[in-house]
Design a protein around this ligand. Sequence first.
Ligand SMILES: Nc1nc2c(c(=O)[nH]1)N[C@H]1C(S)=C(S)[C@@H](COP(=O)(O)O)O[C@H]1N2
Ligand SMILES: [Mo]
Length: 302
Amino acid sequence: MAYRWKNTLTQAEVTPEPIWLNRRQIIAGLTAAGMAGAVAGRAQAATGELEPNSFEDIASYNNYYEFGTGKNDPAANAGALDTSDWKIEIDGMVDRPGSYSLNDLTEGLTEEERIYRFRCVEAWSMVVPWNGFELADLLAKAGVQEGARYVAFETVVQPENMPGVKRNVIPFPYVEGLRLDEALHPLTLMATGIYGKPMPNQNGAPIRLVVPWKYGFKSIKSIVRISLVTDEPPTTWNKLNAREYGFYSNVNPQVSHPRWSQASERVIGGGLFAKRQDTLMFNGYEEDVAALYDGMDLAKNY
Ligand SMILES: Nc1nc2c(c(=O)[nH]1)N[C@H]1C(S)=C(S)[C@@H](COP(=O)(O)O)O[C@H]1N2
Ligand SMILES: [Mo]
């Protein structure tokens, strides 16, 4: 896999506005592939004026409960994660089910970098330069069968390597899910690295989901199973507290968490100059994803 990478995007490097408007005007006429590119490009342009967080920020302030509940626990403990000979089971309603190595899985797929906003339900945020490929491409390889409506994901469990699993801090394996159309959206990424480097263990090595318009807990780490299913799959935080964590969990500044407001977020990094900023509808990806939820009551389907 080849990837291209630039550490930072300056204002001059993002598409100049007049050209950009032009692309948006012709978007209706694009093919599916062209559309995916345009959406990704727009996401890039939308975050292009933002400075990605440092590698150190991204790899040292984490949520990965298998390695402990503290923000520093994953960086301290995830060195023990065994990522050798990684296999992902693809099962359910697919034409080509099986146990795939990472190489088998990613062969022929285009790896790119995507600079995305990342917003945790706990009301902090970062900007992360991910490397990865579109989940849609992987699902196309597996061959999604008619009747599949949801995609379920599962994280590895290695009790001997995972202090949080040993102590049962929450039920494991960690599981997550997306509606099929969310899974197929061009913004939905299977990430294998950050800053052009292999994914740090604490960020979900060797491969994790990234769904930038949803709260961070939807972006499940260290995936070992992907299942195409008919019914809405159980998801870890929803099982733990359905009133606080819904299946959709789209970033929405107007829908408060029962215990705190989601209207603004603490920006990680900057040390003494840490600041708060307003949270954006769908985390800034409204233009690209709002149509997925046309006619849905977003306060009910939180
Ligand atoms: N398996 C697993 N995946 C997980 C989590 C977890 O505890 N276990 N935490 C989630 C939460 S709450 C967030 S905010 C993000 C954090 O990702 P990061 O540490 O790369 O910033 O991972 C998500 N994926
Ligand atoms: Mo989170």
